[in-house]
Design a protein around this ligand. Structure first.
Ligand code: ADP
Length: 632
């Protein structure tokens, strides 16, 4: 029979993978077992609604056989099996994952567990084998088919005989080399160890026919003898990891369950176990990831927890169990109080699911809080990854969740040199400080360069740096924390005391003529020119008034529908002047003596203020000429 070629891209991928992706060869066994378990999950799920299948959960098992003499290692299952076409399309093209296809074809897509969602698992067999034979019979068919391949050079499919439905993967283990001891995969001890390490939680028994020797005491004077016998041993404990008590499970096991179950490369920052009894009983195992998943901000990413009903997986990502603001959490929920064939619609209304979701929400919140208090380093790591998600959570539904989330927020502080919480800020506030000060910009260094932040730092007051595009919206939604209002450093009225305020007011009156001149010179650009009480070393700064700040302006422009509406979004600009600065005196003199030059000075000062506020110059070339013209 003619050999069929792997699709071109598969071939390359296969070569690559065999050599490099899996440096740890041991994991091939885990991949085979996961595939077998997936196949049993599929049939187990179908059997829920199709009586003709005639199987229940307890009928499923996975079998491993070792044939040392012929160097064969076989992993068999009695799951769904594959037809000829399925063998070809599932195993002939690497990137095509049959598991995914099966799920897409189902009415309720999320309703089934599939460990493997990337189509490379099966090929890991070639890391340890020079030939792989897959025999399979679909649960609803009489025909069995056999797929054979020696790796990159293609595969063959032919009809074969097979008892019972399901799949057997027969791996012909490679000869040992100087570097690799492949023979170890034909030792029952190795197999036993690998199953315990990687596949212990698989819900179906993984059986191995173990060869053993026992001592038989001789009768009367006869010497004792040793005899060989075989014993069918179940290698895995089968108790799902979330059903075990926390104390019994080493941390590494939780971590490896996370990476295998959710296909994550990162180490979770926190593992949460729940064992609730009462109104609704359930167990949950939840993870706070250590990294932002690569697809987190795409529609591919699915919020939700895996939902099991008494150990049978009924839904892969049940959204109802997790609020949007904690959508980064991964995990598993197992309960007896939700029926096995619950549908999406009834699930949404299910009182039990609501109770579970409520408990989970509360628990995640308290765990994050605990982490913040007791494990600050990891919390900050978490916050860098998912802080933005919490902020969106505050903005959602008009701030409905803001009470619950505000204590999880962190901001950089001007006096503490790191991230601080709002509670910490408030606890340090001197008695006479009325407001929580903040300044916003792209990053802390840029904010530090804003002239209007100088005075606050000079006075040793604490200021929060708002560096996320949504930060100011969050602050607006919160309005206050612990009865203290937030105040932007742009707002000088908050910064100075009554006495100082009065002085600034007087100066504004005194220089009214000059301010009017500036306002006129910059008509259309600024709303007003003003004497400032908060400038130290710079002659001017630009601040915004009227609810929209510069940062909000930038953000709103990026999300605006079209150019026209983007153009309409504009913060009201106020040009603040420093009356103590030399330039101010120069300007004053020019207004009286040389109005033309004074007008130019106004435009230069405005340009400087824009630059310092991180706003683009309308016409950089004109600005450059202006500066040149003033030099001479
Ligand atoms: P993945 O499991 O990530 O989808 P694999 O390369 O491991 O990718 O397997 C490819 C496909 O082959 C699976 O999606 C599944 O449809 C099919 N398959 C593999 N092993 C078995 C098995 N033991 N029983 C039934 N189908 C299987």
């Amino acid at each position: 029979m003619a050999k069929k070629q792997f699709k071109a891209e598969s071939k390359r991928l296969l070569e690559l993978m065999i050599d490099s992706i899996y440096t740890n060869k041991d994991i091939f066994l885990r991949e085979m077992i996961s595939n077998a378990s997936d196949a049993e999950d599929k049939l187990c799920y179908m059997a829920l609604t199709d009586d003709t299948i005639g199987m229940s959960r307890d009928d499923f098992y996975i079998r491993i056989d070792i044939d040392k003499e012929n160097r064969l290692l076989t992993v068999s299952d009695n799951g769904v099996g594959m037809s000829k076409e399925e063998l070809e399309s599932n195993l002939g093209t690497i990137a095509r994952s049959g598991s995914l296809k099966f799920r897409d074809g189902m009415e309720k897509k999320e309703d089934i567990d599939i460990i493997g969602q990337f189509g490379v698992g099966f090929y890991s067999a070639f890391m340890v084998s020079d030939k792989v034979t897959v025999m399979s019979k679909r649960y609803d068919s009489q025909e069995a088919w056999c797929w054979t391949s020696s790796g990159v050079d293609g595969y063959q499919v032919s009809e074969c005989e097979k008892d019972g439905h399901g799949t057997s993967v027969v791996m012909h283990i490679k000869e040992d080399t100087e570097d690799d001891n492949f023979g170890q995969y034909l030792e029952q001890y190795t197999i036993q160890t690998l199953v315990r390490r990687y596949s212990d939680y698989i819900r179906y028994p993984i059986k191995l026919l173990m060869k053993r020797t026992r001592r038989v005491e001789g009768e009367n004077d006869e010497k004792p003898r040793y005899e060989d016998y075989t014993e069918d041993v179940t290698l895995n404990s089968m108790v799902p990891i979330w059903q075990r008590n926390k104390g019994e499970v080493p941390k590494e096991d939780y971590d490896s369950f996370y990476s295998e179950k959710f296909l994550r490369p990162d180490k979770p920052l926190r593992v949460i176990t729940m064992n609730a009894e009462g109104l609704v009983s359930f167990r949950a195992l939840l993870y706070v990831p250590g990294e932002v998943p690569y697809d987190y901000y795409t529609t591919e990413y699915k919020r939700g927890l895996q939902l099991y009903s008494s150990g049978v997986l009924i839904m892969d990502s049940c959204e109802e169990l997790l609020p949007e603001h904690f959508r980064f959490v991964k995990g598993v929920v197992d309960t007896q109080d939700v029926s096995l064939n619950i549908s999406r619609e009834t699930l949404q209304k299910s009182r039990q699911v609501k109770v579970i979701a409520g408990n989970i929400e509360k628990r995640i919140r308290s765990e994050l809080k605990k982490m913040m208090d007791e494990d600050r380093e990891n919390y900050e790591k978490f916050f860098r990854c998912f802080g933005l998600q919490l902020k969106y959570g505050i903005l959602a539904s008009y701030g409905a969740a803001s009470e619950d989330l505000k204590d999880l927020l962190m901001y950089h502080s001007s006096t503490q040199g790191g991230l601080v919480t709002l509670r910490e800020y408030v606890s340090r506030m001197p008695e006479d400080q009325k407001y929580i000060y903040y300044a916003s910009g792209d990053d802390t260094a840029r904010i530090d360069r804003l002239p209007q932040t100088e005075v606050i730092k000079q006075r040793g007051m604490e200021m929060l740096y708002l560096t996320d595009s949504v930060d100011e919206f969050v602050i607006q939604t919160l309005r206050e924390y612990d009865n203290r209002q937030f105040k932007s450093v742009n707002d000088d009225d908050g910064l100075v005391g009554d006495e100082e305020k009065e002085k600034v007011k007087q100066k504004n009156e005194k220089h009214k003529q000059l301010l009017d001149f500036v306002g006129k010179a910059l008509e259309g650009k600024i709303k007003e020119a003003r004497i400032s009480g908060q400038l130290v070393s710079q002659p001017v700064c630009l601040t915004a008034e009227g609810g929209i700040s510069f940062e909000m302006e930038k953000y709103l422009k990026t999300v605006a529908r079209d150019e026209e509406s983007a153009g309409q979004i504009k913060a009201q600009r106020i040009l603040q002047l420093n009356p103590e600065h030399e330039v101010f005196a120069k300007l004053e003199a020019a207004v009286n003596e040389d109005p033309d030059r004074a007008e130019k000075l106004c435009r230069v000062l405005y340009g400087q203020a824009c630059l310092m506020a991180d706003l683009p110059l309308e016409d950089p070339a004109e600005f450059s000429q202006l500066v040149s013209s003033l030099i001479f």
